[in-house]
Design a binder for this molecule. Structure first.
Ligand SMILES: Cc1cc2nc3c(=O)[nH]c(=O)nc-3n(C[C@H](O)[C@H](O)[C@H](O)COP(=O)(O)OP(=O)(O)OC[C@H]3O[C@@H](n4cnc5c(N)ncnc54)[C@H](O)[C@@H]3O)c2cc1C
Length: 296
């Protein structure tokens, strides 16, 4: 690895100031599980690596009047053990648990995962299915956008030079929205997703119909995508195994998976159908558990 200056930011604002000082080639270091691998092979070292791991204002997981705010520095392990997340969003816990092994989950952060923006990233679909938004800070101030728009291509995000991903927010309207997550890789652990899928919906307690269904898919297009035709098919329909299976088939037709050395496009389409159905079943299990608990 080539030499570089190493500086530490005490909070998000300081990190933005350091980025402005060292210029667009400076690199942010969070958990380092991706960055350190990359730094070993780059032809030219960055002028500085800006360590943000001490920025306490980017670590918190809390419910505020914006919704559930997850700091970009929250690690996958912290997401798995957060009571705020565990009780409301088992899908986010399942997505975090599917990332690498315990060492990767202990160091790797949510922000780092989203900024790498690889098509198979595991935190993306579960958050997109909950219509998460991201907060971005730069020298000119802060801005917010839907997470789905943050991904602009494979390994490309909407971050401009000098900008920092500060947090991810699940909006208030989706606090406690039942969701499910599924991933299929070539091994049970330490494998990238061939397909990952997440779904959320509110279950109307009286009519037992899908309300506001939302389906997100990963590793089947250059970025995480929604499946709007499958969502429209489900909206207002009775919750049945047949409807969930049909939504899976529709979602498979909406994606544009590729064939590569890991799987063919046809195999991936079959996976989309199966995993979408299972994500919907996962969301249903959460919805039924919530309804049972609210009757106690
Ligand atoms: C063995 C192994 C297994 C893995 N398995 C999986 C897996 O199954 N699923 C999966 O999705 N990923 C996996 N990963 C990838 C990786 O661990 C995750 O993407 C991780 O969450 C990255 O976070 P980090 O904090 O380590 O990022 P870093 O390596 O610190 O940073 C990654 C990139 O994001 C930038 N960055 C980080 N934080 C910010 C921020 N807040 N604002 C702006 N830029 C930022 C950095 O400059 C860098 O370019 C694996 C990695 C390894 C090494």
């Amino acid at each position: 690895m080539k030499g570089f200056e190493f500086v530490s930011a005490k909070d998000a604002r300081h990190a933005v100031a350091l980025m402005a000082e060292y210029g667009p080639k400076a690199k942010i270091l969070a958990g380092g599980t991706d960055l350190l691998v990359d730094l070993k092979s780059v032809p030219e070292a960055p002028p500085a690596v800006i360590d943000i791991t001490r920025a306490a204002d980017m670590k918190e997981i809390k419910v505020t009047d914006r919704g559930l705010v997850i700091g970009a520095l929250a690690t996958h392990g912290e997401i798995m053990s957060s009571p705020e997340i565990r009780d409301r969003y088992p899908a986010l816990v399942d997505a975090a648990h599917s990332i690498g092994a315990i060492q990767t989950r202990s160091l790797g952060t949510l922000g780092g995962n989203l900024v790498t923006a690889v098509p198979s990233l595991d935190s993306g679909p579960a958050l997109v299915a909950l219509e998460a938004r991201v907060t971005i800070a730069g020298a000119g101030g802060s801005r917010e956008m839907p997470l789905i728009e943050f991904f602009v291509g494979p390994r490309r995000t909407a971050l401009k030079a000098g900008e920092l991903l500060v947090d991810v927010v699940i909006p208030k309207k989706n606090l406690g929205k039942p969701a499910g997550f599924q991933k299929f890789g070539l091994r049970k652990g330490q494998a990238l997703a061939l397909v990952n899928s997440a779904a959320s919906f509110w279950l109307d307690p009286a009519k037992k119909v899908f309300v506001d269904p939302c389906i997100a898919l990963g590793a089947v297009a250059p970025t995480v995508i929604r499946a709007p035709k499958a969502e429209a098919y489900l909206a207002g329909k009775k919750v049945t195994p047949e409807a969930m299976a049909e939504a899976g088939r529709i979602a498979a037709g909406e994606a544009k998976p590729i064939s590569d050395f890991r799987a063919s496009a046809d195999y991936r389409r079959d996976l989309i159908a199966v995993l979408t159905k299972r994500s919907l079943e996962g969301a249903l299990a959460v919805a039924e558990r919530n309804q049972k608990e609210s009757r106690k």
